[in-house]
Design a protein around this ligand. Structure first.
Ligand code: NAP
Length: 250
């Protein structure tokens, strides 16, 4: 593994013939990841809740002459077991396998003391950031098992490793993602061709970061396109033997 994944220089065809699903592919880091995967040869399944944003990414990928992606609308706040079973069925019918699954979509919730954290928001943040990635992965396991070497990547955060005041349900959901990664990685170790890791993107110039730090100058932050090394590394075969790790993108 390179000492800093910012320096990772993948082969141009790193992801040729791979089918990779990205959640939250319409904006921010997910949009950049979908474009980066397509540029390295992957057929990308663009999943998310705002179809117009997914269509814009679709258009960008096809205009560049890259492998034609697929749009799969899904609202992680409301989707249940049947929805993820239907997704698994659609992927199996269309591609016969899934080589990569990037759980990128997430919501911030409120920056509020736990003493006043609203229950409904707590439940929504945990649903989108934790339960949905868990359930989607569970239902997609059979189609992931059909790939020669599948990579599941969850998204963590700095506050998923060290708790900080007022980060509430978001921080708790990211701690749980670190735990989910470890448990799942241990369960597949040695018995499956699936590997499971997570990425902490680090401070990145997106709408979520601006909402969390409204006074910060976004131009001081790396844009999503600049942190793609970790994402490409974990999706490609260079990381074939990496399992159960929490990597820093920056
Ligand atoms: P972002 O710009 O706000 O993008 C979040 C994405 O998630 C959007 O595409 C959004 O879709 C999607 N999403 C939200 N709720 C959804 C739902 N219910 N169903 C389906 N999709 C949903 O955020 P970002 O900064 O790129 O964050 C991406 C990931 O990195 C998140 O997991 C975040 O926690 C993590 N992260 C980011 C930073 C950072 O500095 N940016 C740092 C640490 C961790 P819509 O656009 O349609 O709402």
């Amino acid at each position: 593994m390179p000492s800093s994944l910012l320096e990772y220089r993948p082969a141009p065809d790193l992801l040729a013939d791979k089918v990779i699903l990205v959640t939250g592919a319409g904006d921010g880091i997910g949009r950049a990841a979908a474009l980066a995967f397509a540029r390295h040869g992957a057929t990308v399944v663009l999943a998310g809740r705002t179809v117009a944003k997914l269509e814009a990414v679709y258009d960008e990928i096809t205009a560049a002459g890259l492998p034609t992606p697929t749009i799969y609308p899904v609202d992680l706040a409301g989707a249940g077991e049947e929805d993820y079973r239907a997704l698994a069925h659609a992927l199996d019918a269309h591609f016969g396998r899934l080589d990569g699954l990037l759980h990128n979509a997430g919501i911030l919730g409120q920056r509020t003391p736990l003493a006043r954290y609203p229950l409904r928001l707590w439940e929504e943040v945990l649903r989108v950031n934790l339960t949905a990635p868990f359930l989607m992965t569970q239902k997609l396991l059979p189609v992931l098992e059909k790939a020669p070497a599948a990579s599941v990547v969850f998204t963590s955060s700095g506050v998923g490793r060290r708790g900080k005041a007022y980060w509430g349900a978001y921080a708790v959901s990211k701690f749980a993602i670190e735990g989910l990664t470890q448990v799942w990685a241990d369960e597949v170790e040695g018995v499956s061709r699936i590997r499971v890791n997570c990425i902490n993107p680090g401070p990145t110039r997106t709408a979520m970061r601006a909402a969390a730090y409204p006074a910060e100058d976004p131009n001081r932050l790396r844009p999503p396109e600049a942190i793609m090394g970790a994402y490409l590394y974990l999706m490609g075969d260079d990381s074939r033997h990496v399992n159960g790790q929490s990597l820093d993108a920056q």
